[in-house]
Design a protein around this ligand. Structure first.
Ligand code: BF8
Ligand code: SF4
Length: 652
């Protein structure tokens, strides 16, 4: 597919409108900087540039086939890969640990504005973690979960993680023990892997890649802890109706954009905004509208029905509407570019984490002990900025209805209306009968190397036409929200007959509980909520009595960008999924490491990567991967019925 050479690198009409309007404004965004950055360094793109020690940078060329220390291309590529995953794993660990520390404060009574909102989830997590609940109150149960999580972050005694083996099928745990990649603790794995990649340490690419997979499992564990504890503290999402895209802003209101990843702050801000309507009215506004960007946006949409403003690539453009009075950010995926753009308007950028400060932005140290007070301060800043609007407000009138809130629990509830005894069999039976061709998780970021949102949308449409049940998280889910694919109209317009029949049956069975019909794509939440999507895979594997690589479930990250996405992609593969990536990561500089990712991973773990940049071909490859698994399953099923044998080996 030809790369677009101009700055209009998006298929989102709201984004294109703002880009066109600001062509000569002199305001620079990621869309301009992407062009200025061309051509990007080929050595970097291939993964064969090493900056691990300051004898470097060393790059592998025809003339110099080794770095100064003697590291070859395969060592350099593999080592860089471990470092990418470490970046991702530490980010998720930071998020998961923060949730754990907040839970501890709640238990100890030091975070008065928070509480245990979802006892049912608390009991469910306790059961999975083998924590007995008998005779204990909720806080005592939560304390035990906090202790388990804390130990899983910090253990140094070499014993296995507690959390991970309890949320995956036992065959996976055995595989990881056999291959020696089951982490002992999250922080220990991070430290070991960092040490292993120092100059003069590991040169063996296979050993390095195996370590990277251990890092990815530590990453998964951090995400699972984050999601589980967030549900306990803020509630497990259930179906909710909202809207998405720039049109959710309203000139007559104080508009507060909430951006980042962690619901700890944003949940409070939304509550404060609801309570401070009269202050906004006193300033001349009709009220306060919160709207989300990136994964904090997803968290708020899922639990509070807060509209989605936009996703990663277009975060600066939201400010260029002139309607955003404040943008409050917590952690991760916050472009430093938002601050200079905000200076061209009245918009206040407010940072809140000690690890995220941007020169020129207002910094407010968020403190869980005084959460509501701090949240009110943020809202006050937005209200006072509203009074200082100094430019014409131009809001693209683009927005779509969104039906979201599909936690794994919410999906199982939908299935339970059809089959209360074995809810998950509603999904697995639909695959075995041929009604559905499988499940695909659509996830990951925006990457300016691609046309913003284009590949997310095209792949999803093609898979839906071919009867694949779609679940989505992260910026991918926001691409669907913004383009009108998270509602029933999209089902009518796009879904194949099988998918339509399946969703129709669920609608019918749930008609007394649903306010809106089901969407084409099920929004499962933020990027840490990929753990929800994988829980679904685990339940399917349990129902079918087999290891995950036999389950017709694939993943796709069409615009992967962040180190977190690299870590997620790696655990998806390690946990048994064919995983498509639409941006070739910096690996091909070593055919050996590339071969491990594309082929050897499959031989060992059953999951594997697919690099494909063309949307149509990507969809075809994902369908082929699903069909291969479904075909085998049906053959086994037939053999079982004909010869009355057991299903052949459950393990991979
Ligand atoms: O954690 S999808 S750009 S916002 S990294 Fe970031 Fe990527 Fe978006 Fe959410 Ni995930
Ligand atoms: Fe060069 Fe080796 Fe140092 Fe890397 S570790 S920068 S290859 S000398």
């Amino acid at each position: 597919m030809a790369k677009k050479k101009d700055r209009n690198r998006s298929v989102d009409p709201a984004v294109l409108e703002i880009l066109a309007r600001t062509e000569d404004s002199g305001i620079e965004t990621a869309y301009d900087r992407y062009l200025k950055m061309q051509p990007q360094c080929n050595y970097g793109e291939q993964g064969i540039c090493c900056r691990i020690c300051i004898q470097g940078p060393c790059r592998i060329t025809k003339r110099a086939d080794k770095g100064i220390c003697g590291a070859t291309a395969y060592t350099i590529v593999a080592r860089n890969l471990v470092r990418y995953e470490l970046g991702g794993c530490t980010a998720h660990a930071d998020h998961g640990l923060h949730s754990t520390l907040l839970a501890r404060e709640v238990v100890e009574g030091r975070a008065p504005d928070y509480e245990i909102k979802d006892s049912k989830k608390l009991y469910a997590v306790a059961e999975r973690m083998d924590v007995s609940t008998e005779g204990k109150d909720d806080k005592a149960i939560l304390k035990e979960l906090v202790d388990i999580a804390m130990e899983d972050f910090s253990r140094l005694d070499g014993k296995d993680l507690h959390w991970l083996p309890r949320v995956i099928v036992p065959e996976r745990t055995e595989k990881f023990q056999d291959c020696n990649i089951l982490p002992s603790s999250i922080h220990r794995t991070i430290a070991d892997a960092m040490a292993q990649t120092h100059v003069g340490m590991d040169a063996d690419p296979v050993n390095l890649v195996f370590r990277s997979l251990e890092v990815s499992l530590a990453d998964y564990t951090g995400e699972h802890i984050a999601t589980s504890l967030s549900d306990v503290l803020f509630g497990t999402p259930k179906p909710v109706v909202s809207e998405a895209n720039m049109g959710v802003l309203d000139e007559d209101y104080v508009n507060l954009a909430v951006h980042g990843h962690n619901p700890i702050l944003s949940e409070m801000i939304v509550q404060a905004a609801r309570e401070m309507k009269s202050e906004a009215e006193a300033a001349g506004a009709k009220g306060i509208k919160c709207a989300g960007i990136c994964c904090t946006g997803n968290e708020l949409l899922m639990r509070q029905g807060v509209p989605i403003l936009t996703n990663y690539a277009s975060q600066e453009l939201a400010i260029m509407t002139g309607a955003v009075d404040a943008m409050v950010v917590d952690i991760q995926c916050i472009m430093p570019g938002i601050q200079p753009v905000s200076e061209c308007f009245h918009t206040r950028v407010i940072t809140t984490s000690p690890s995220v400060k941007i020169p020129g932005a207002y910094h407010l140290d968020f403190d869980e002990e005084k959460a509501m007070e701090k949240a009110r301060e943020v809202v006050e800043i937005a209200i006072s900025a509203y009074k200082e609007r100094n430019k014409e407000v131009v809001i693209p009138q683009v927005k779509h209805k969104v039906v979201a809130g599909f936690s794994t629990e919410a999906l199982l509830d939908l299935f339970a209306a059809v089959n209360p005894d074995r809810p998950i069999s509603v999904l697995t039976d639909a695959i075995l009968s041929g009604e559905l061709r499988g499940v695909c998780l659509l996830c990951g970021c925006n990457n300016l190397k691609r046309i913003h949102d284009e590949m997310h949308i095209e792949i999803a449409k093609e898979l839906a036409r071919n009867d694949v049940l779609l679940v989505a998280t992260g910026c991918a889910a926001q691409a669907y929200a913004k383009s009108g694919m998270l509602n029933w109209d999209a089902v009518e317009e796009i879904a194949g007959e099988g998918l339509k029949a399946f969703l129709g049956r669920l609608n019918e069975a749930n008609k007394d509980n649903l306010v809106e019909k089901l969407p084409l794509v099920f929004h499962m939440g933020s990027c840490v909520d990929n753990s929800r999507a994988y829980d679904l895979m685990t339940y399917m594997a349990e129902e079918m009595g087999m290891d995950t690589p036999k389950v017709p479930y694939a993943a796709s990250a069409p615009e992967a960008m962040s180190e977190k996405a690299v870590a997620i992609g790696s655990w998806l593969v390690t946990l048994g999924l064919p995983t498509h990536v639409g941006v070739v990561p910096p690996i091909p500089g070593s055919p050996l490491v590339d071969g491990i990712a594309l082929q050897i991973a499959q031989d060992v773990y059953g999951g594997y990567f697919i690099w494909e940049t063309d949307p149509q071909k990507s969809a075809e490859k994902i369908l082929a991967a699903l069909d291969e698994r479904t075909w085998k399953l049906r053959m086994h099923q037939k053999a079982k019925e004909t010869y009355e044998t057991e299903t052949i080996s459950a393990t991979w």
